[in-house]
Design a protein around this ligand. Structure first.
Ligand SMILES: Nc1ncnc2c1ncn2[C@@H]1O[C@H](COP(=O)(O)OP(=O)(O)OP(=O)(O)O)[C@@H](O)[C@H]1O
Length: 272
């Protein structure tokens, strides 16, 4: 397969300040980062280190204060205007599935297609294929409230994939789920990724989740948010849950936890 000409996502000297009523908040210091086409990148770090800010900037929901973000080589912003062309490459999944309660699961999944004017028979066929892909086949006529949290998250992933974005952005997608469902969802997400080969950027607070899923873990530190280190995770795929009890896996988790503790101490102790 030919190498993609552009990275899927490129940060060039991107910086973000938020204006507040008191002091401006320096949410992200000048950051350069390239995410390869088809890569699974995980953003990990303590509260307030800028993970969501980075994800929302990639998603075009907020504009960087300076620097440039390019999606597949196309600038996301030009003269303060978001470029729709670059945005169509992106799908988003949040912690809360955010399904419309008055629409069936099938209609929720097909909604982005309806908004795009895709005819009903094609929408139904696509929704059926996506429900198979995420493992909720047969639940299309149900209401969101009739599904478990894990199943609702599967539906949210199906909806984000419905218009075939090349990049999937996920902000703590499994943060609200119990530990067992979360582990099952990690396996499912890995399977979906192996089948679709999307570029994925996922935010998490869980070190084990990060190491289990990622090609690279980007560890961020706060005040201001910045990339502290990038850990390449080389385990072969598909990765099985037992991998997590291996010495190699635990060594990486330990290293990241150790660094996270140091970051915490630097933040609370000596002012810089
Ligand atoms: N809209 C906003 N206005 C002002 N400050 C903000 C805003 N959004 C985020 N911040 C600040 O920017 C910094 C980075 O926030 P961000 O939400 O990106 O961090 P995070 O790593 O995602 O945190 P968490 O893990 O708690 O979700 C924090 O200091 C936060 O208080």
């Amino acid at each position: 397969m030919a190498e993609a000409v552009h990275p899927a996502i490129a940060f060039g000297a991107v910086e973000k300040w938020y204006g507040t009523r008191d002091e401006p908040v320096h949410a992200l210091a000048r950051t350069d980062l390239a995410v390869a086409d088809g890569e699974f990148l995980v953003l990990l770090g303590p509260s307030g280190c800028g993970k969501t800010t980075m994800l929302r900037m990639i998603g075009g929901l907020i504009e960087p204060s300076s620097g440039e973000i390019a999606i597949e080589g196309k600038s996301l912003w030009r003269n303060g205007q978001r470029q729709a062309q670059a945005l169509s490459e992106l799908g988003m999944v949040f912690q809360d599935a955010n399904l419309f309660p008055w629409l069936s699961i099938e209609k929720n999944i097909a909604l982005p297609l309806e908004l795009k004017g895709v005819p009903a028979p094609e929408r139904r066929a696509r929704a059926a294929a996506l429900m198979r892909l995420v493992g909720i086949e047969g639940f299309g006529k149900r209401w969101p409230r009739e599904l478990s949290g894990g199943m609702r998250q599967r539906a949210a992933i199906a909806r984000a994939l419905s218009y075939e974005p090349r990049i999937l952005l996920m902000d703590e997608p499994f943060g609200a789920l119990d530990a067992m469902t979360r582990e099952a969802m990690n396996m499912e997400l890995q399977r979906i990724w192996l089948e679709t080969r999307k570029t994925i950027v996922l935010v998490t607070h869980s070190i084990a989740e990060a190491v289990f899923l990622a090609d690279r873990v980007v560890l961020l530190s706060p005040r201001p948010g910045r990339v502290d280190r990038i850990e390449r995770i080389a385990f072969a795929r598909p990765r099985m849950p037992d991998l997590q009890s291996s010495a190699e896996f635990q060594a990486i988790v330990r290293g990241l936890r150790h660094r996270l503790n140091e970051i915490g101490e630097e933040g609370s102790g000596h002012a810089r």
